[in-house]
Design a protein around this ligand. Structure first.
Ligand SMILES: O=P(O)(O)OC[C@H]1O[C@H](O[C@H]2O[C@H](CO)[C@@H](O)[C@H](O)[C@H]2O)[C@H](O)[C@@H](O)[C@@H]1O
Length: 248
């Protein structure tokens, strides 16, 4: 156990790691995040220690994940679980709905009319960020609810850190955990999901259903993402001294 009560990573775990707010410190804008130099190597090293059973489960889309974590291209669930990639690097076919172009246009008009708002377009979703203008949060929420309410079976509005997102209702992080746990190298391992946000809650629940753990950055890692990164680096050193030495 760490001094704060979080168990140290064990070789029989399957790790499911959220990105923003868990591995990366929150930044003022999505494109302003800083990826610490050693993080991709530590993730790749830990993945090796876990027999490949390390997944990134994020609201970001797959190409953004690969850009941010290059050269590490993890298996996982991206777009909140809309896009799934297996441990052998194959993107699984999906039938997730795509938000209508008219919704993106409507939100682009809202953003253009309110300086400081930011629209993020993703393959299966739309996010409007109001971090720079917190008073606009209610207006953003109402606008997104109005759009999603026209197709309630297909889409839901998700609260995020200083943002709201429209995502396919079926795109969940639980879906990513359940799908990956059904195949090697994840099957039979103890799943541990680490996240910080509303979108992570069902992933944590799924990990607990499989007999594992759901760890919350705010509650369990009081040092935030830096403490999560140290936890990972420590596991690489502990589980595979050779890998840790090669990276230092
Ligand atoms: O599931 P995650 O990996 O946690 O991704 C959730 C969303 O994260 C990003 O937005 C958040 O992080 C930004 C960078 O720190 C921050 O500026 C923003 O306020 C946060 O909401 C990302 O832009 C979204 O696409 C993800 O869904």
């Amino acid at each position: 156990m760490t001094r704060l009560g979080v168990p140290e990573i064990e070789a029989d775990w399957a790790l499911f790691l959220d990105l923003d707010g868990t591995l990366l410190d929150i930044a003022p804008r999505p494109d302003a995040v800083r990826v610490p130099d050693r993080l991709p190597g530590d993730l790749a090293g830990l993945s090796q220690c876990l027999g490949g059973a390390l997944a990134v489960v994020s609201g970001r889309d797959c190409s953004t994940i690969d850009h941010l974590l290059a050269p590490f291209a993890p298996p996982g669930g991206f777009g909140h679980g809309a896009e799934l990639r297996s441990a052998d690097g194959i993107l699984l076919p999906d039938s997730m709905p795509v938000p209508p172009a008219a919704w993106a246009e409507s939100l682009a008009a809202l953003v253009a009319s309110r300086p400081g708002l930011l629209l993020e377009r993703k393959p299966h979703g739309l996010a409007v960020h109001f971090r720079a203008v917190p008073d606009e949060g209610t207006r953003v929420h109402e606008s997104m609810q109005r759009l999603a309410a026209t197709r309630p079976a297909d889409f839901a509005v998700l609260p995020a850190h200083m943002a709201f997102e429209i995502r396919p209702r079926a795109a969940t992080k639980a879906r990513a955990v359940e799908t990956l746990m059904a195949a090697p190298p994840f099957t039979g391992r103890r799943p541990v999901f680490v996240g910080d946000d509303v979108t992570d809650e069902d992933g944590m629940e799924a990990a607990r259903r499989f007999g594992g753990l759901g760890l919350h950055v705010g509650r369990d890692f009081t040092g935030g993402p830096a403490q999560v990164r140290n936890w990972i680096a420590r596991a690489v050193a502990h589980l595979s001294p050779d890998i840790a030495h090669a990276q230092s």
